[in-house]
Design a protein around this ligand. Sequence first.
Ligand code: XMP
Length: 511
Amino acid sequence: MQHQKVLVLDFGGQYNQLIARRVRDLKVYCDLKPCDMTAEEIRAYDPIGIIFTGGPNSVYDENAPHIDKSVLALGIPVLGICYGAQLIAYTLGGKVEHATASEYGKRELRIEKDTPMSEGVPSKSICWMSHTDRIVDLPEGFDRLASTASCPVALYGSEEKKIYGIQFHPEVVHSEYGNKLLENFLYRVCGARGDWTMSGFVSEQIAHLKKKLAGGKVLLAMSGGVDSAVAAVLVHRAVGRNLTCVFVDHGLLRKYEAEEVMRVFRGELGMNLVKADAGERFLKKLEGVADPEAKRKIIGAEFIKVFEEEANKIGAVDFLVQGTIYPDVIESGKGKSAVIKSHHNVGGLPDVVDFKEIVEPLRDLFKDEVRRVGLELGLPEEVVWRQPFPGPGLAVRIMGEITRERLETVRDADYIFREEIAKAGLSRKIWQYFAAVTSCKTVGVQGDFRTYEEVIALRAVTSVDAMTADWARIPFEVLERVSNRITNEVKHANRVVYDITSKPPATIEWE
Ligand code: XMP
């Protein structure tokens, strides 16, 4: 089925993915594309509407991204947000002015003229502003539709041209009726039908995969993470046991994690899942290695070797399934990723598998959509809401050398932390939470004995995308219980500390 599509043109603002996610939540498919698309390319893409996002520039900056006037003459509805709104006004002959001070935070929005955009929006509500420049004169044919005390043009537009601009950020939750404005743009201005739903996606994808993969041999590397799990179940629904999943247990997983993967995917879902028990091999390779980057490289290389051996046992396959998701696609499109840590993902796998074609059934989905697809497919909540876990696993949560003993210590401490977070009902409120074994030993006293044991660090952060993070304000009582239990129940741990550093300057992981 052909979905209606909205084009979100990316002018570089920090909330741009969020705008695209909001549009998708409103059941309209959209793509986030670079802002230099030409009118011809846009026409070929055939969207029902275009959204210009915010961005860090002023329209007067030397290198500020601009658009060709012809884009605004295509007859396709356009909504500009923040920089996007200023750009439309400027391009069509309005006036944008540098303000001396930035306006930042919550403001009262007053609707001045009713249009389809403001249907259902009360005359006064709260909106969230973040800008320096502002629009002072509108182009001909455009009306001022709403303002705030310090921003004369907070919303403007032309009903006839179907072009609107919003100075504030409708996509953030602090804008009370922001979602309503986006909904109005999509449904009342662009004529959206709301044909993008996850149940629809599941049935369409299964039908598509059935056709595409018919009779072929299919292979997937299962990590236990959400993306590969959802991709696996989707493909399994389409081709059943023609799909083989290989799960490399590198021995650096959390407590009971490998067992859980086997129970759910092989036991409950009856999938053809092969587990490679490679823990010993990895431990041997890591003997005496303390440097974080060296650990990552060794684990990455060994992972590919083990996978290659398993793939060789299976022989040539027709399709290799990967759990690539939409943010991976967008970022690689921009070509910007600064490598701070050499992340080991399954990127090297295609080289070692004899296959004809790569299949990426989730490449159009945002993470929250992947989760909803997982739930549609009946995956258990623990799998769907699993917190991100680094490919090198516990190896980067043990500072310095990895030994069997230290692995046991970090595993047990981490398990207790996870149990207590779950009991306190905090699991979904925290992005990632885990225990790390520091390379520091301190003196303690247990009973009548002096001890000299490991310091366990607890790390818990809130985040939206792992690019930045803040330490989670976990109630002291929960931390107290975790600390008591770790020092009582975990071997070789006599002290617990809580990490109160944000990212930046720290990272989420300790290594
Ligand atoms: P940092 O520690 O850089 O982590 O703030 C950001 C996110 O990435 C995860 N992470 C990794 N994931 N391989 C991965 O697949 C890695 O080597 C790796 N290192 C960090 C981390 O858990 C967080 O979600």
